[in-house]
Design a binder for this molecule. Structure first.
Ligand code: ATP
Length: 227
């Protein structure tokens, strides 16, 4: 997977975990927090760890945050700061902004002011966010190692009406380096599906493999293309 430049703002448990996972996945990560101890804890662990107030536009520009492609606003309890920082990042024209929400209302607000995506870590967890960000077709993710997991994805529309074999999945392990564990079809689960099984609309695939290989199977669509 191509390496991306990502800024993570707010280094509570959620922000710290997201920053570390993204760095382990090979991305360039700048981590920012007001609290010196939080910053110290990530020094040498991610690309840059910086003590700064992210509600200050001048500081963000001085840090070159406006050159980043991705931002994660991981500030939680301080909703005022989370909203303020999201607005500033939108004004700096960061293409993809993922903001942490504390409630449905907070999430709606963040979307209206420019967040590309909102996450609820109390439900989702930091590591799965790191994967979700670049595997947007993936509805759920079970992390086994930092880059290998089981993904639950909607069958790409191009495969609907075709068998696994016709879709190129008969030797998925050899061809894509992934294993199709099951197809979930409404309330049924077809375990280890036969290569003649035809996909229908709304089928869900359970795929085991590394992130970059799953992307090859489900296509290269990404959050960048959605906005
Ligand atoms: P978690 O549940 O992830 O552990 P938390 O609820 O303990 O988070 P929050 O109060 O939500 O922590 O804040 C997360 C981090 O965001 C804190 O480390 C805090 O210092 C940082 N933070 C808050 N406001 C700013 C700001 N304006 N600029 C930079 N960092 C900030």
């Amino acid at each position: 997977m191509a390496s991306r430049q990502i800024v993570v703002i707010g280094l509570g448990r959620f922000g710290t975990r997201a920053a570390m996972t993204l760095y382990q996945l090979g991305h360039d990560v700048m981590a920012i927090d007001l609290d010196d101890r939080k910053v110290q804890a990530l020094t040498g662990v991610v690309t840059h760890a910086v003590k700064a107030d992210a509600t200050d536009e001048v500081t963000l520009k001085e840090l070159g945050v406006d050159n980043f492609q991705y931002a994660i606003v991981a500030i939680g309890r301080n909703t005022e700061a989370s909203i303020m920082v999201t607005v500033l990042l939108r004004d700096l024209e960061i293409p993809v902004i993922v903001s942490r929400a504390q409630s449905e209302l907070h999430g709606e607000t963040l979307k209206r002011i420019g967040a590309s995506k909102t996450v609820f870590p109390e439900k989702d967890g930091g590591a799965s966010l790191a994967h979700d960000l670049f595997l947007p077709g993936v509805e759920q993710y079970l992390e086994l190692t930092s880059s290998f997991g089981i993904s639950r994805v909607q069958v790409p529309i191009k495969y609907v009406g075709h068998s696994l074999k016709d879709s190129g999945f008969s030797n998925a392990r050899d061809k894509y380096g992934v294993v199709i564990l099951a197809i979930q079809r409404r309330d049924d689960v077809i375990l280890n599906p036969d290569e003649d099984e035809k996909f229908i609309n709304d089928d869900i695939l359970l795929i085991a493999g590394t992130d970059d290989r799953v992307v090859r199977v489900i296509g290269t669509q990404s959050l960048e293309n959605e906005i």
